[in-house]
Design a protein around this ligand. Sequence first.
Ligand SMILES: Nc1ncnc2c1ncn2[C@@H]1O[C@H](COP(=O)(O)OP(=O)(O)OP(=O)(O)O)[C@@H](O)[C@H]1O
Ligand SMILES: [Mg+2]
Length: 228
Amino acid sequence: MAASLIELEKVCKTYNQDRPNQVRALVDIDLSIAANAMVCLQGASGSGKSTLLSVIGCVFPPTSGRATIAGKALSRMPDRFLTIHRLNTIGFIFQHFNLLPGLTVLENITLPLMPLGVGPGERRERAGRLMAMLSIGHRANFPVSQISGGELQRVAIARALVNDPPIILADEPTAHLDHALSLAFMEIMVDLQQAGKTIILTSHDQLITRHPAVERIIGIEDGKIHVP
Ligand SMILES: Nc1ncnc2c1ncn2[C@@H]1O[C@H](COP(=O)(O)OP(=O)(O)OP(=O)(O)O)[C@@H](O)[C@H]1O
Ligand SMILES: [Mg+2]
C-alpha cells in the first residue's frame, strides 16, 4: 500500500529547547492524512494547532520523530531543500493573510514563484487565471492596503494556489470573515478538493467543523492528539 501523503510518527516540536522558556508544543504526534482528504484540526488556544500546521507545511522539521510530507522526510533536510519542498508542495493561507501591504494584488500573488525561477510571462498567466477564478482581476494593480477583507482573503487564496501545490493549509481561515464570506471560502475549498487537492484547516468555526466536506476532525490537547 502506498504511504499517506502526510505521515507523522512520534513527532515532537520543542521551542527554545533546554532553555528556561522551553515549550513542548507537540508531543509524540502520530498522524496519517491521505491524499485528497479534507480534515480540520481543533483544540484550545495554545494546544499546538499552528505548530502542527508548520511541521506539515515544511516550515520547520520536528525536533524529534519523523515527518514525511509528499514523499520526503523532513528531518535533517537542509533549510534550502526544505524551502524548495515547501514552495512546491504547500499552499499556506494564514489567519491574518500575511500579504505585503506595499505590493499590488498581482505582485503578492506571484511572490512565491520568484524563488522557483518562474519567468514573468508565466507568472502573469498563472496569476491571471487565478484572479479570474476568484473574481479579483479588476483589483490586479491595486495595492493590497486598498482592497476589502473578502478581496484580501481571495488574494491570499490565489497566492496559496499559484505554485499549484498538492496540499493546502489554512489556519483559522474564517476567523475574520462574516458568514457569507466564510461560506464562500468553504465552497472554494470544496472545489479545490474536487480538483484533487488535500486540505487541512484549523478552526473553531462550526461552519467549518460541521461542514459536510470535512471528513475528519483531529482533536489536539496540550500538544497531543486527543482521542475522544
Ligand atoms: N515561536 C514560538 N516560540 C516559543 N513558543 C511558541 C512559539 N510558537 C508557539 N509557541 C508555544 O507553543 C504552544 C503551541 O502554540 P500554537 O501556536 O501551536 O497553538 P495554537 O493551538 O495554534 O493556538 P491558537 O488557537 O491560539 O492559535 C503554545 O504554548 C505557544 O505559546
Ligand atoms: Mg494558532
